[in-house]
Design a protein around this ligand. Structure first.
Ligand code: NZQ
Ligand code: ZN
Length: 388
């Protein structure tokens, strides 16, 4: 087990009817807020009216910024930063999913930052964010875990590069997770969210063969929950209880806990997925559905006992380590296919002759990953494997 430092500063309100507390929490820090919204789907739901009601009940002034699309683009975020400054807001409230949340975090940081905010993104960043306006979030889709972490993922729409910003200053101060808001989600977004949650755990679970008993049990429990509850949600989309179970799995998957004691995550599938979103604007969860099984097939021989443990404890497989390790990847791919998601890049309309552009996209930093350190030729091999 590796040494670690852990801190997570986000306060969570979880459950039905928690929104009345939003106004009370915001009022502790701000009298005027920027409310960040997506493309209009969430604005048509009860989550929006509840949010407005709660803020108005405490006489909090609301300036709205509408129109953050999925894979949030830097250009829109910069416009929102200008508005936040012009309006002298004191906090940022995100109402939506990971895209809106990550935009809100970046706006909160950019509001107080004097330089070029994009310079703080990615592994080659030139600066760090040390302060930000307080961020509050009302989560409407469980997927990214952004509601309880200090990461924002943004697409530079000029250079077509997707990269992350991490700062202790952008952990949401308070996040509200009311799973009943998620019954309006489309079936495809529900499934992509589930794949994203599952992948967040695998990114931290398959890492340098370092075991950490509590983190393993937590990780395997989250993955089993995703498999079981996604099936229930798809059978009964308006039932809140399975949505609640998946929602907490989603928050736990990327709040730092499942990776403790393993020395940091791998995140190769995420980086390759980011290149696909940067170039083709694919939904984040779809990119992971394509890349994760192929990445596993490419690297699993580095960690046969670990993949066997995954097969036994997540998919209830039996057999020798070698058999179970290889079958675990088939089981994962079978689950993704059972959701009606193709794991083939070609099926998404990506031509084989476009692979070089993907491999060279700067969303992928080389050398990549930890379980097996990857170079561009490895990523090319993985992308070819997506079609088998
Ligand atoms: O446009 P709006 O109105 O917001 O509608 C959204 C959006 O069109 C819709 N939606 C959300 N909740 C809904 C709903 N529609 C009906 N009813 C609801 N209750 O769903 C669409 C997708 O939303 P989005 O926010 O893009 O989804 P998600 O939460 O999957 O976020 C994906 C983004 O987060 C990043 C991804 O890269 C991607 O940019 N990630 C952020 C991470 C982080 N901050 O830690 C880590 C992740 O690995 C990921 O990279
Ligand atoms: Zn993700």
């Amino acid at each position: 087990m590796e040494d670690f430092i852990f801190q997570n500063t986000t306060k969570i309100y979880f459950g039905k009817y928690v929104l009345p507390e939003l106004g009370n929490e915001v009022a502790k820090k701000a009298r005027k807020v920027l409310l960040v919204l997506g493309t209009g789907q969430v604005k048509r739901t009860r989550a929006y009216t509840d949010t407005m009601q709660s803020l108005h009940d405490r006489q909090i002034q609301v300036v709205e910024w509408n129109g953050i699309p999925p894979n949030p683009p830097l250009s829109a975020i910069k416009q929102a930063i200008e508005l936040s400054r012009a309006e002298s807001v004191e906090a940022v409230v995100a109402l939506g999913g990971g895209s809106v949340l990550d935009a809100a975090k970046t706006i909160a940081a950019g509001h107080l930052f004097q330089g070029e905010i994009w310079d703080c993104f990615g592994p080659k960043r030139k600066c760090r964010i040390l302060q930000a306006l307080p961020v509050f979030s009302v989560l409407t889709i469980s997927a990214t875990g952004s509601e309880m972490n200090g990461t924002a993922v943004v697409t530079n729409d000029e250079t077509h590069v997707k990269a992350s910003l991490y700062s202790e200053a952008i952990y949401p101060a308070v996040s509200f997770i009311d799973p009943s808001y998620q019954v309006t989600l489309s079936e495809s977004m529900t499934k992509y969210g589930a794949v994203d949650i599952f992948c967040h755990v695998t990114e931290q679970y398959f890492n340098q063969n370092t075991l950490s008993d509590v983190s393993d049990a937590l990780s395997e429990g989250i993955m089993r929950t995703v498999l079981q509850r996604t099936k229930q949600i798809l059978a009964e989309p308006t039932e809140v209880e399975p949505r609640a179970q998946l929602a907490w799995a989603g928050t736990m998957a990327l709040n730092g806990l499942p990776g403790l004691g393993r020395g940091g995550g791998d995140f190769s599938s995420h980086r390759i997925g980011h290149a696909l979103s940067a170039l083709y604007d694919f939904p984040h969860g779809l990119t992971l559905a394509i890349v994760l099984p192929a990445w596993m097939r490419y690297v699993y021989k580095e960690a046969i006992p670990r993949f066997a443990q995954f097969g036994r404890n997540v998919f209830h497989l039996k057999g020798s380590d070698a058999e179970t390790a290889s079958k675990s990847i088939i089981a994962l791919q079978h689950w993704i296919h059972s959701l009606g998601i193709s794991t083939s890049l070609v099926d998404q309309g990506v031509r084989i002759d476009a692979l070089q552009e993907i491999i060279r996209n700067e969303s992928i930093p080389y050398p990549l990953g930890k379980l097996r350190v990857l170079e561009p030729n490895d990523v090319e091999n993985i992308l070819h494997l997506t079609n088998y």
